[in-house]
Each structure stands twice: as C-alpha cells, then as structure tokens.
Design a binder for this molecule. Structure first.
Ligand code: CP
Length: 305
C-alpha cells in the first residue's frame, strides 16, 4: 500500500512502498502485453493537466487509465480557462466537480502538485514538477533495471548529463539509494547542482572513468529550456566529452544497459547508433511506463492491489 492519497515524489516513499508498486507493475505488464482491458478503474475518471509539453508521460497515463477501464479527460492548458487566469487550485476543484478521481499534473513550478493535492479530493500524481521530481519516470526506470538484473541491490548506476536541471535524476537518486544501488552522477561542473552528494551519489566530471564497471548507464536530456546561457561552450563540445558512445561504454560491465528517459537529443546525449543498439532499453522503458502507471493508479484509487 501507499500511505498517502497522492504520489508526489519518491523522496518520501519507503523502500517497501517502492517495491510494492514495482511488484504490482509485473502483473499490470502481463495484462498490458496481452492487450486486456481490466476493470480495476471502471467507473473512475483520470484527468491529465499538463502545463508543460509531453509525449511519453501524458500518453502513457492515458493508455494506462484506458487499460484499467477508466474514463479520461485531457485538459489542454493552452485552450483552457487557465488562459483566462484561472488558478491551479480552482482548475483542480473544477476537475473534482467533473467527478475526476485522479489528476495527473505536470508543471514548471516545483511544488505545484503538492499545492494541488492539499486542495482537491482527487488523488494527485506528479508527472514532473520543475527541477524537483518525476516519480513515475523513476519507477519505470527502476522496473526496467529490476527486470534486466533481478534486483537493484548493489547495481552500479551511472547518470550522465544535465543533473542540475533534471527531476528524473533527483527521483532516481532518492529511490536507487533506498533500494541499495550504487549511484554515480557525471556532468560538467556547471551542470552539477550544489550539494548533490547529499543525495548519496558519487560525483564525477569524467565519463570514461565513471562508467567503469557500470551495470546501467543512463543519459539525461540537456534541458536547454531550463538553462541559463553559457553553461558549456557549445553542444558539439559537450557531446565530445559527455555523449555516451560505444567507445566510452567499453569499460562498463558485460551486459550493461543504456537508458534514457526521452526525448533523446541523438548524438548529443547518446550516440545515435547506441540509441537503437542491442544494449539500449529506451523503448522498453516507454512500455514499462504504462505498466508502472497502471500499478500506481490501481494502488491509489482502484482498491484492487
Ligand atoms: N520522459 C518524459 O517525461 O518524456 P515526456 O516529456 O515526453 O513526457
């Protein structure tokens, strides 16, 4: 079970709660792959409220909701009454009044899902808040690693890229630490947040030495929309030093996997051939995302888990 009505981040979840979601997602993945529509959320409504762009997360939640038999509402913020000045809380209360049971929110402001959760009856799921957390992305990453290696304990997981602006990195560092993995973050000094060691990871600025012995190498997107200018000389120089390539992967463990939350800037964060190569699990991550989101929503409002 999860102790709260909402899923706002992994920082506050216990290892047992995280494992409970991952275990339930195994069952959900079986149903998803066999293209069954379950009844777990029959009669319930899931609304997506995205103030930032998304391809994977929003459609993954919608697919997950429909696979559980739920009704869905997609709020298009650009054409909604948000543009007439309606506040986040009033938008949330309107969704409650439209008989919504789950609100999935993405917002550029860290803390927006927490604010919404305090004011609505619906279960709130954080689909990414500023540079804070992206809990369901991390859960699908954990699920994918566990599927490949059987356990997360003692896995060496190296996160390469824009750590400073990455909510995916924060959620993964919180969760991987709780589940006993060894974590290393690699980035230029300008893309490392102050105090990142407090998240329990090693810190490096050298990709090749950091990757030595890794089981998982995860590229992170350069979040140009959140960066001030001048954090690195040019994207080509960044790519030369920090793009994950076949050469740089040579020192990883045999059987190491390459991950990326997407969207990928090919050739900048990961060599294009590697994105489609045998070690890449990037597409599996997307499918696993649906299973994990089915599990989260079933646990929060389905009452069947
Ligand atoms: N990984 C992720 O959050 O992708 P989207 O921005 O496409 O949702």
């Amino acid at each position: 079970m999860l102790r709260k009505k909402d899923l706002l981040g992994l920082k506050d979840l216990t290892a047992e709660e995280i494992e409970y979601v991952l275990d339930h997602a195994v069952e959900m993945k079986e149903a998803l792959l066999s293209r069954q529509t379950l009844d777990n959320l029959r009669g319930k409504c899931v609304s997506t409220l995205f103030y930032e762009n998304s391809t994977r997360t929003q459609n993954s939640f919608l697919t997950a909701a429909e696979s559980l038999g739920a009704r869905t509402l997609t709020i298009n913020v650009a054409t909604s009454s948000v543009k007439k000045g309606e506040s986040l809380v009033d938008t949330g209360k309107t969704l409650d009044a439209l008989m919504t049971d789950v609100i999935v929110i993405r917002h550029s402001m860290a803390g927006a899902p927490q604010l919404l959760a305090k004011h609505v009856k619906s279960a709130v799921i954080n689909a990414g808040d500023g540079m804070n957390e992206h809990p369901t992305q991390s859960l699908l990453d954990l699920f994918t690693m566990r599927e490949k290696f059987g356990t997360l304990k003692d896995l060496k997981v190296v996160l390469v890229g824009d750590i400073k602006h990455s909510r995916v990195a924060r959620s993964n560092l919180w969760a991987l630490g709780k589940l006993g993995a060894e974590t290393v973050v690699v980035a230029p000094h300008t893309l490392l947040p102050k105090g990142v060691e407090e998240l329990g990871c090693e810190v490096s600025t050298d990709v090749e030495s950091a990757i030595a012995g890794a089981n998982v190498v995860m590229g992170l997107r350069l979040q140009l929309e959140r960066q001030k200018a001048g954090l690195f000389p040019s994207t080509s120089e960044y790519a030369e030093l920090f793009a994950i390539t076949r050469d740089k992967l040579e020192s990883a463990c045999p059987g190491a996997i390459v991950m990326h939350p997407g969207p990928v800037n090919r050739g900048i964060e990961i060599g294009s051939g590697l994105v489609d190569g045998a070690s890449s699990v990037i597409e599996e991550q997307v499918t696993n995302g649906v299973a994990v989101r089915m599990a989260v929503m079933d646990i929060l409002v389905g009452g069947n888990a």
